[in-house]
Ligand binder design. Structure first.
Ligand SMILES: Cc1cc2nc3c(=O)[nH]c(=O)nc-3n(C[C@H](O)[C@H](O)[C@H](O)COP(=O)(O)O)c2cc1C
Length: 241
């Protein structure tokens, strides 16, 4: 009945699997540039430049010590600069095209969607985060959906600042790593969400991971196609008062 162990067994690394991957990769290499440049396709109609980030002069160990899931009602909306700070440092590095998280084979197949509900000076909407431009690209509004249809663990839905979801264009990882890429895209998403959680703590914000999300409603909401899969989520309540 449960396929849990099949996921694991199907992605085990063996000599035979490496050979298979090499052969597959040789064929796919011809189109590697095409695969690597793939981006989620949407009809973007608005772009919000996130601009400056806050200076955080906190010790990483102190931030890790303070990290905890937050589920409560004593919070205020995040400011644009706080959101900017979280997203920028979670995914990018200053003066570098490199990223602040690792990616198996450097393929970077994971993308971040941001559902903005209550962030000061950022219009409500559904956006894809563009880490190269540090901007939010809007492709939908949020007037026609109810946050509680996304997950059963959003306890206080009314004023949450934002809900974040990672997705993977898994083909980018699959052409290199075959079935094992399923592990890699989840791990890459986990690295990003951990960064987000630590940065949320660093700006005195509160939130928690969401693994308990209703896949199909979110796939529909984010217009994911069959080459893009949902991997993880994070609920950003806001700044803790
Ligand atoms: C992969 C993953 C999925 C999670 N999913 C949820 C969730 O759906 N709802 C929720 O309230 N918390 C979720 N959490 C948060 C955990 O419940 C929380 O981290 C755990 O209880 C430990 O508490 P702490 O984060 O305060 O240390 C998730 C955490 C992880 C790592």
């Amino acid at each position: 009945m449960y396929n849990f162990i099949n996921y694991h067994n199907n992605s085990k690394l063996t000599e035979k699997e490496i050979q298979k991957m090499k052969e597959y990769y040789q064929k796919a290499r011809i189109q590697e540039n095409y695969y690597m440049n793939l981006q989620p396709q949407k009809n973007f109609y608005n772009e919000v430049a996130l601009g400056n980030t806050k200076n955080i002069n906190k010790n990483i160990v102190e931030v890790m010590e303070n990290r905890t899931s937050f589920r409560g009602t004593n919070y205020s909306p995040l400011s644009r600069m706080e959101l900017s700070t979280i997203l920028f440092h979670a995914m990018s590095k200053k003066n570098s095209i490199k990223k602040s998280y690792p990616s198996a084979g450097g393929v970077y197949s994971v993308y971040l969607y941001v559902i903005v509900n209550n962030v000061l000076n950022v219009p409500k909407g559904i956006y894809l985060y563009d880490s190269r431009k540090h901007s939010l690209k809007q492709f939908k509004d949020i007037s026609h959906f109810n946050i509680t249809t996304l997950s059963n663990s959003i306890l206080y839905p009314d004023n949450v600042s934002a809900i974040l979801f990672t997705s993977s264009l898994y083909i980018k990882s699959f052409i290199k790593y075959g079935e094992r890429s399923y592990r890699f895209i989840l791990l890459e998403s986990g690295h990003i969400i951990q960064n987000i959680e630590l940065l949320t703590t660093a700006v005195n914000g509160g939130g928690h991971c969401i693994g308990g999300f209703y896949d199909e409603s979110i796939e529909k909401l984010l217009d994911l196609n069959k080459y893009e899969i949902l991997t993880h989520g994070y609920l950003l309540y806001g700044r803790i008062i």
